[in-house]
Design a protein around this ligand. Structure first.
Ligand code: SIN
Ligand code: FE
Length: 283
């Protein structure tokens, strides 16, 4: 008798891991390393003064954030393309139902230490926050990111994660303001946003800024430390995981956008949670 015919031993639902990711916001993949070739490894020893931004990034068209000879830029592009393909396969293995809905955003190579002081408090990812991009409204789509710790010396990447999204949102929502009339049209016309900033995007940015700006919250939050080992990968809905990156050099990251309807349990989406809490349509 095959095991599948034993009563109660049916195969788990193909959505099992998607449901887990959507409920917990973060899934660790300790046994799925992204391995660099010897040629790719040389990119880790780029002089970080050649990095203009926090990281070198690639959006499918051009490499940004790095000043280096063209050959190096081309090698970074190849690495980020390869990582992007690997990251997509990783997400689809975990959550097959997302396959046709995943939209790739930027990929980044993070050489600097996450512990280094940022340019401003708003950019300080050492403080707990949910992700929201001022210039890139999602209109409610999820932000799903794949990270790989590629530290060549075996050093972990240290994060903290805190309370569930709904608890976080309830704490900061009363302090947030609504969009002003015409605000999203003006931002768009000035080229400050790619697409229209919806009410949802304004609230998410508000949560991001309010949490980072609240030092009492940062000190008192009930957070758990996570040490992602060298060679470890992790998949995170960074719009619902309340997270901070404390320390660690050398990571790869690929951002995807996912429409809420593609989720196995759309009610867990920040869009749906915020609509419930505010009693309004937000996108
Ligand atoms: C972040 O999204 O806050 C930064 C994550 C990281 O670089 O590890
Ligand atoms: Fe973040």
């Amino acid at each position: 008798m095959s095991s599948s015919s034993i009563k109660g031993a049916a195969a788990p639902s193909p959505d099992f891991q998607a449901l887990r990711l959507e409920a917990e916001s973060l899934v660790r993949l300790p046994d799925r390393p992204f391995r660099l070739s010897p040629e790719e490894s040389r990119l880790l020893f780029l002089d970080t003064r050649q990095l203009r931004a926090k990281s070198a990034s690639f959006d499918g068209r051009e490499v940004r954030g790095v000043v280096a000879p063209q050959a190096v830029v081309t090698d970074i592009e190849s690495l980020l393309r390869r990582f992007g393909d690997w990251a997509r396969a990783t997400v689809v293995d975990l959550a097959p139902r997302y396959v046709d809905a995943l939209e790739a955003g930027r990929a980044s190579l993070r050489l600097r230490d996450a512990a280094d002081a940022p340019l401003s408090a708003r950019k300080d990812d050492r403080r707990l926050h949910v992700d929201a991009f001022a210039s890139q409204p999602t209109g409610g789509r999820r932000i799903l990111r794949v990270f790989a710790n590629i530290n060549p010396w075996g050093e972990p990447r240290l994060w903290r994660v805190a309370e569930p999204f709904e608890v976080h949102a309830r704490r900061f929502l009363p302090r947030l303001r609504d969009l002003w009339p015409g605000e999203s049209q003006i931002l768009n016309a000035l080229g400050l946003t790619r697409g229209r900033r919806t009410r949802y995007d304004a609230l998410m940015l508000g949560l991001h800024d309010a949490a980072k700006g609240d030092l009492d919250y940062q000190r008192e939050a009930n957070a758990t430390d996570i040490a992602f080992a060298a060679g470890e990968s992790w998949v995170v809905f960074t719009d619902s995981a309340v997270h901070a990156a404390l320390k660690g050099r050398f990571a790869l990251e690929q951002t995807f956008y996912l429409p809420v309807e593609a989720m196995a349990a759309p009610g867990a989406a920040p869009l749906r949670v915020l609509e419930r809490l505010t009693g309004r349509m937000l996108s």
